[in-house]
Design a protein around this ligand. Sequence first.
Ligand code: ADP
Ligand code: MG
Length: 592
Amino acid sequence: MPIHILPPDVADKIAAGEVVERPASVVKELIENSLDAGATDIRVEIRGGGKRLIRVIDNGCGMSAQDATLAFQRHATSKLRDAADLEHIETLGFRGEALAAIAAVSKTTLITRSADEPVGIELKLESSELVARRSVGGPVGTSITVEHLFWNTPARLKFLRTDATEAGRISQIITRYALAYPEVRFAYVTEGRLAFQSTGSGDRMETLMKVYGHEIAREMLPVEEGEDVIAPGIRVSGFVSKPSLHRANRRYIELFVNRRYIQDKNLTFAVVRAYHTMLPEKRFPIAALFIEMAPTEVDVNVHPTKAEVRFRQASLVFRAVQRAVHRALVEHSSVVGLGLEPEEGSRAMWAARREPEQRPEEPDQLRMDLMQAGLSTEPDSKQSRAEVGSASEIAATRGGAKLPPLRPVGQVSAMFLVAEGPDGLYLIDQHAAHERILYEKIVAAGENPIPTQQLLEPMVIELGTQLAGAVAQHLPTLQQSGFDIELFGGGSFLLRGVPAFMSGQDPRRLLEEVADGLSERADLVGRDREDALVRIICKRLAIKAGQTLSLAEQRELLRQLEACENPLTCPHGRPTILHFSARQLERQFGRT
Ligand code: ADP
Ligand code: MG
């Protein structure tokens, strides 16, 4: 076929396909227009899953008769003047495509009236063609009715799902906007039945309860709006689920940038990462996060449905999100305020009240395990107790903080250690603490590989392509981490030994888990990836929640944590230790 230019109606339908994929996309575009028009009341009605009818009624600014006719032209917009305006978009729409696209693939009726006009106007279009036009009375605002969507593009119609599924997607769009705009009153009516309504009170928590239900909303923690020193100009607020509430996939993590719903794998990962080790494997949190930044910092003009955006400083946004979520988790999951900054005067106390060295007479199991793995500090280690003590005096500020000497009191839920320090009570997460210890040991080991426990018989382990790829790529790191492993051909590996501390565990599962962890972090390269591997291994190696520790083992764990460079968090940034100062305790008990 020789090249020819497509007739306008064909071109229009093709263009429409990019913007209008399904009924929910129509609803999305119409709601965005209503919000851009300053509406405070938006009502969405649908029939037949939106295939038969979609109607969006708003009380926004409306349009003049002249604008109304223009609005259906392609590239007709009141929101953008020149290319420079694209640099700082503050409206949800800006391309002037939606109404043209919708009108191209449906029978559309527009009724609108602006405040300056005594009467409104009604326009009817079919396949982009104006078929009727008349003056009508009515309130200021706009009503757009879209009937028989895709009636002239049967191929597209075929791809739509059942009415119920399409209605579900529409409901998702509406509830998202209701959350993003709590000051706007949304109503959603399907088949004549009111399915959802928000009050427009401006209270996001109230909307959250309507969207998620009381049960779930109660389990959500607020992410307080606050600017992070590391990410000035980026504000993150919203809600995230407590670690006790989780889902089987990432779909329940909803992100908004300047109140526009977006999809962003990286930021979703930032949210998940903030929960690291707090959630069971392959489980994900629920989140509704609102990220605010200057419009110049984000390019919303990169995706046909504007569902993806590009950040000027993506890694800053990533960190801001991760830290905000993390803060919410840490701050709200404890009963009382906490902080590791010693209160005035207590620095001196740390030194004065340092306990005599308490080392177990006989090596206990944990210690033996650690020694076996070559990870234990030997008794004559350079890292003496005195050094730890004095380091803590110097660096007793957040960030470079060290631990004061701690005396174990006992274990709670086989998960946390309770310890007494010079200034009050300390709770230690045994798994996180041990992860930190192992991490620093492995990193410090550097060239000296972790000892390997040879298997009685070498095993040939076959992994799927994806896992095999991850393993092959990281053979040297795996070898350095104590795996005696080599390529066997195809997707197979010959495994002769495993890290000593991991012996006794199913070697195949061990390797699979490590490889799995690696393939999940396929985005990492070079050192980051090595580091990720080490962290995966630490996580696997560390004593688990649920493991009972003797007092001697507890003491040993604390001693090794004190010796850490960075004892306050696990390698994933989760706190290892919470501190309740004597003064805080007194306050909580009403003694001061
Ligand atoms: P865009 O939103 O990108 O500008 P649209 O095709 O969605 O493009 O809309 C075209 C124009 O029609 C908008 O710029 C706006 O001026 C006008 N318009 C659309 N919907 C409404 C509405 N609900 N209320 C007021 N004006 C509207
Ligand atoms: Mg629009």
